[in-house]
Design a protein around this ligand. Structure first.
Ligand code: TYD
Ligand code: MG
Length: 467
């Protein structure tokens, strides 16, 4: 017989502990264990049904068969459809995470309005705002007359009963998952148990009826979806809505997608009339450039199927500390250490006495290893005080041996650079077929040392264009 029905659940990672402790063994976070009842708890399954009935035989079926309706509902907001992989998938659950105030409700109100005016049945359930507040936002967005069905409700059973009325909705938006609670779990709303149970109920509804659901989730300062990180595993897709506080653009990033690519982004700009699509993001991220400043290099990157040019800024300054500082914004810190080590070991560039700061312009975040070459160029440029040619783009991966390795989509990256007025490029040798344009006269080093020599060589006179 179980002695106790009480367990402690980490609000950060969802692991279950029998005893309270200050620190969670599983994720190492402090003060995240909260006492929660076991019914509907994690790992226990629906305990109340477990003892009362035997298993029911389900009908096994084949892979082929009829699929009703078009599998996706397309909002017509291009940047949103791009991030979802071509529209919301019927019968699927999507989690949209982001900092409070970043614009999740705004985005979803706009999406709801766009879909509703196309004749889809859209239900928007808000647990955070009163109906009047949502109406106010809709007025501001100019979509108040669209037939979106609205409710301010937080109980899952009530929500399910409400939407069961009438025609099955095409899309149900739940804003936010942290406010939902179900009768099946007896913890407070926002706890892992509640969030998980509520999400489960809504996902079950989506799968059984074929309605698409969108769950909105808040993200903590550390960038994790607060509490319901467990929800990420349950849903079919996860989108993060990101942006820097003082920049007005926002990026919708696909983190998980069972029905499409995961490396797509949608780019928006927050205006006084809601979110506006930005279909050419490169112009946005290059907007703040100052020509002729040492330490800046333009990286020709790819986000999914789309090329994005972005400026990488490095500052290498003499350090007064025993252990010099390495600070990175918008890129991976471990990757920076690697590039620094390769520069030291294979190119004779010393950073041991210098602090290194690396920043990706405009609050953008890069995850591609293809940025290595641009980072290395920016670092060397800052250390030597020699500005890189302002009309040049860089891309390529650097291996630990100091070799420059080819990356995919060279042609597309170069085309985008050309379109934006760049006249030269530095890219790996052995990249895919490069037809004419700036690719023809590009500098293609096989070793990182070749690039370092070229930058250092530009000290004598201006950067030589041939070679
Ligand atoms: P909101 O969608 O409420 O954020 P979230 O749901 O992610 O918490 O967006 C709130 C912010 O967006 C708020 O700071 C005001 C701003 N905003 C605009 O700048 N223009 C607009 O048209 C709207 C509706 C909001
Ligand atoms: Mg909101």
């Amino acid at each position: 017989m179980a002695k106790s029905r009480v367990q402690f659940i980490c609000q950060n990672c969802g692991s279950v502990h029998q005893r309270w402790a200050g620190k969670c063994d599983a994720c190492g976070e402090w003060n995240t264990l909260v006492e929660e009842g076991t019914s509907g708890g994690i790992g226990s399954g629906p305990a109340n049904t477990r003892n009362t009935r035997k298993g029911r035989a389900v009908v096994l079926t084949s892979l082929s068969g009829d699929i009703e309706d078009a599998p996706r509902i397309v909002s017509g907001i291009g940047e949103l459809d791009r991030a979802t992989g071509g529209g919301f998938v019927r019968g699927s659950a999507l989690l949209v995470g982001g900092d409070p105030g970043i614009g999740k409700s705004t985005l979803l109100t706009q999406a709801a309005a766009a879909l509703a005016s196309k004749g889809h049945r859209i239900v928007y359930v808000s647990g955070e705002e009163a109906v009047a507040q949502i109406r106010l936002r809709a007025q501001r967005l100019g979509v108040a007359s669209t037939p979106v069905e609205l409710a301010a409700e937080t109980n899952v059973e009530d929500i399910l009963a409400t939407i069961a009325d009438g025609k099955r909705p095409d899309l149900v938006i739940l804003d936010s998952i942290q406010t939902l609670w179900t009768d099946l779990a007896d913890s407070a709303p926002g706890t892992v148990t509640q969030v998980r149970a509520a999400a489960q109920a809504m996902i079950r509804y989506a799968k059984s009826t074929g309605a698409a659901i969108v769950l909105v989730g808040h993200v903590t300062k550390e960038g994790q979806i607060a509490g319901p990180r467990v929800v990420e595993h349950m849903v079919d897709g996860v989108l993060y809505f990101e942006g820097e506080g003082n920049h007005h653009f926002r990026i919708l990033r696909t983190v998980k997608n069972r029905f499409g690519p995961t490396d797509e982004i949608g780019v928006f700009e927050m205006s006084d009339k809601g979110l506006r699509e930005v279909s050419n993001p490169s112009e946005l991220f290059l907007g703040e450039r100052h020509a002729k400043s040492p330490g800046a290099a333009v990286f020709a990157g790819m986000e999914g199927t789309r090329p994005v040019l972005v400026e990488i800024q490095a500052l290498v300054a003499p350090s007064s500390l025993g252990t010099p500082r390495r600070a990175v914004v918008g890129w991976d810190g471990a990757r920076l250490s690697m590039v620094l080590a390769v520069l030291e070991a294979h190119c004779g560039v010393r950073f041991g006495q210098h602090d290194v700061y690396l920043n990706v312009a405009g609050g953008y975040r890069i995850s591609e290893p293809a940025a290595d070459l641009a980072v290395a160029a920016a670092l060397v440029s800052s250390l030597t005080g020699l500005a890189l040619p302002a009309d040049c783009v860089y891309f390529g991966e650097i291996s630990l041996s100091g070799a420059v390795r080819p990356v995919a989509h060279a042609q597309q990256r170069l085309k985008e650079a050309e379109k934006l007025g760049f006249g030269s490029a530095v890219l790996p040798l052995g990249s895919e077929e490069i037809a004419g344009g700036i690719g023809a006269g590009a500098f293609q080093p096989t070793e990182l040392a070749d690039l370092v020599a070229r930058i250092a060589g530009s000290r004598r006179g201006r950067a030589d264009d041939d070679e």
